[in-house]
Design a protein around this ligand. Structure first.
Ligand SMILES: [Zn+2]
Length: 63
């Protein structure tokens, strides 16, 4: 399975793509960073991959 991540352009924190897919838009997890990370920041190909494999990512998350 592909690991898709988004790197915060402000502080470099790496966030799992499926987490962003789940929330669509989220504040950077780093407490001192106020950047907002959006699902639409991902490449179109990565977004499509996440949507097509949603169930698999959800399963992996609940392990
Ligand atoms: Zn950040």
């Amino acid at each position: 399975m592909r690991i898709i991540t988004l790197t915060c352009p402000e502080c470099g924190t790496v966030v799992a793509g499926n987490v962003i897919e789940n929330q669509r838009e989220m504040k950077c997890p780093r407490a001192t960073c106020s950047e907002t990370l959006r699902f639409t920041d991902l490449d179109e190909e990565d977004r499509r991959h996440l949507l097509e494999h949603r169930e698999k990512y959800t399963m992996e998350q609940s392990d």
